[in-house]
Design a protein around this ligand. Structure first.
Ligand SMILES: *Cc1c(COP(=O)(O)O)cnc(C)c1O
Length: 363
C-alpha cells in the first residue's frame, strides 16, 4: 500500500496531463509561458485572493514573501518550532531571527495566545503554519498583527483547499504561501509553489523578486531571485485542478472515516476546530509507543511517517534561536505524532486494513 497514491491519480488524469504537457512542448514557451498566467488566474478564482504569483517551490514562496515585505537582518519573525524546516530556514537566510512560540497541543498549530508576549520592537511578521491541512487560528493572529503593525504570512504548504470561517487557506492574511511539491494536497511533478496576496504593491514586488528584481527587462529595480515556476509544472497543476474538487471531497470523507474507524482504538485524533475544515495534507494521529506501533504496521505492509520527529528548537541549525527552549507541546507532539496513508485515491478497503491493523498493533 502506498503512503500517498500518486500512481492512481496519474492513471485517472493521464490523457489530460499528456494533452496539457504536449501543448507546452508544441508552443515551446518553457519559461513564463501562457500556462503560468492561466494557472495564476484559476488559483486566484479558487482562493479568492486578488493576486497569485507562482514560484519555484513552497520554500521560495515564503522567501519571496518575506523579501517583498522588506524583512532584513536583525528583524524578528514569530513562528512555530513544530513545522518543516523551510518555515524557519527562509527567515534565517535573510539574516532575520525566528522567534519560536509553542503549539496548541491538540491541533499542533501555533498557539496565538502566546504570540503577543513575544513581540518586540524588532518583530516584523508572524508566520503561522497550517499544519496537516488545518488552517491555523488566523483571526486572532490578524488582530494582533493589526494592533502591532505586523504582517501575517500563512505557511499554507500543507493546507491548499482548506477553509477557515468559510474562506480559503492562502487568502486569509497579507500573504499565503503554498507548495506544489508532489505529495502536497495539490501537487505538480517536480517543484512548484505559489504566493497569494490581495495587496497590489506587494504582489508587484513578488513578481519582480521572482525574476531577479526586474521591473522591466534588464532593469533590476531590486535584488531578487530566480524563482519562477516552469510552464510544464503549471500545465500539470492545471490538469490536476480539473479533479481537485472531487479530491477535496474524498479527503474530507476519508478523514471522517478514519475518525470513525479509529474511535476507541487508543489513538488520539487531531482536533479539528468547528470553524474550519482539514484537507488532511497528512492524516496524523497521536499514539503512545510510536516506534513499536510503526514497526508492527510496517510488518503488515502499511507505511507510516512522522511529521516531525524533532522540533526546530532541537535541530542543530536552529537551536541558537530556541530562546529558553521551553516548547513542551512541540516536544510532546514530536514524540507521539504518526501519519497514516492518505490521499484522495485511498480505497475503503485499504483504509479498513490500515485501521484494523492499527487496532491490532495497539491491542
Ligand atoms: C512542504 C513544506 C514547505 C516547503 O515546500 P517546498 O515546495 O518543498 O519547498 C514549507 N513549509 C511546510 C509546512 C511544508 O510542509
Amino acid at each position: 500500500m502506498p503512503f500517498i497514491d500518486l500512481a492512481s491519480q496519474y492513471q485517472a488524469l493521464k490523457p489530460r496531463i499528456a494533452e496539457r504537457m504536449q501543448r507546452v512542448l508544441d508552443h515551446g514557451q518553457y519559461i513564463m509561458g501562457p500556462e503560468v498566467a492561466e494557472l495564476e488566474g484559476q488559483l486566484t478564482a479558487f482562493t479568492g485572493a486578488r493576486h497569485c504569483i507562482t514560484v519555484a517551490s513552497g520554500t521560495e514562496a515564503l522567501l519571496i514573501a518575506l523579501m517583498a515585505q522588506g524583512v532584513k537582518p536583525g528583524d524578528e519573525v514569530i513562528t512555530t518550532p513544530f513545522t518543516f524546516a523551510a518555515t524557519a530556514e527562509v527567515i534565517v537566510l535573510l539574516g532575520a531571527v525566528p522567534v519560536f512560540v509553542d503549539i496548541e497541543p491538540d491541533t499542533c498549530n501555533l498557539d496565538g495566545s502566546q504570540v503577543e508576549a513575544r513581540i518586540t520592537p524588532r518583530t516584523r511578521a508572524i508566520m503561522p503554519v497550517s499544519l496537516y491541512g488545518q488552517v491555523a487560528d488566523m483571526a486572532p493572529l490578524n488582530d494582533i498583527a493589526t494592533r502591532h503593525g505586523l504582517t501575517v504570512i500563512e505557511d499554507a504548504a500543507q493546507s491548499f483547499g482548506a477553509t477557515y470561517q468559510g474562506r480559503r487557506s492562502g487568502a486569509l492574511s497579507t500573504f499565503g504561501c503554498t507548495s506544489f511539491f508532489p505529495s502536497k494536497p495539490l501537487g505538480c511533478y517536480g517543484d512548484g509553489g505559489a504566493i497569494f496576496t490581495s495587496d497590489d504593491a506587494l504582489a508587484q514586488a513578488c513578481r519582480e523578486i521572482r525574476v531577479h528584481g526586474q521591473s522591466a527587462r534588464y532593469t533590476h529595480t531590486r535584488v531578487g531571485v530566480g524563482g519562477r515556476m516552469d510552464t510544464l509544472q503549471c500545465a500539470v497543476v492545471l490538469a490536476k485542478l480539473e479533479r481537485f474538487g472531487w479530491e477535496l471531497q474524498r479527503r474530507a470523507e476519508i478523514g471522517a472515516r478514519y475518525a470513525a474507524l479509529l474511535a476507541g482504538s487508543g489513538v488520539q485524533l487531531l482536533a479539528v476546530r468547528p470553524d474550519r475544515d482539514c484537507v488532511w495534507g497528512q492524516y496524523t494521529v497521536f499514539v503512545d509507543g510510536r516506534a513499536d506501533v510503526q514497526a508492527r504496521l510496517q510488518a503488515q505492509g502499511i507505511p507510516t511517517a512522522v511529521h516531525y520527529p524533532k522540533p526546530l528548537h532541537r535541530q542543530p541549525a536552529y537551536a541558537a534561536f530556541s530562546g529558553d527552549g521551553h516548547f513542551p507541546h512541540s516536544d510532546a507532539a514530536s514524540e507521539r505524532v504518526m501519519s497514516l496513508p492518505m490521499s484522495a485515491d485511498l480505497t475503503e478497503a485499504q483504509q479498513d486494513r490500515v485501521a484494523q491493523t492499527l487496532r491490532q498493533a495497539l491491542a
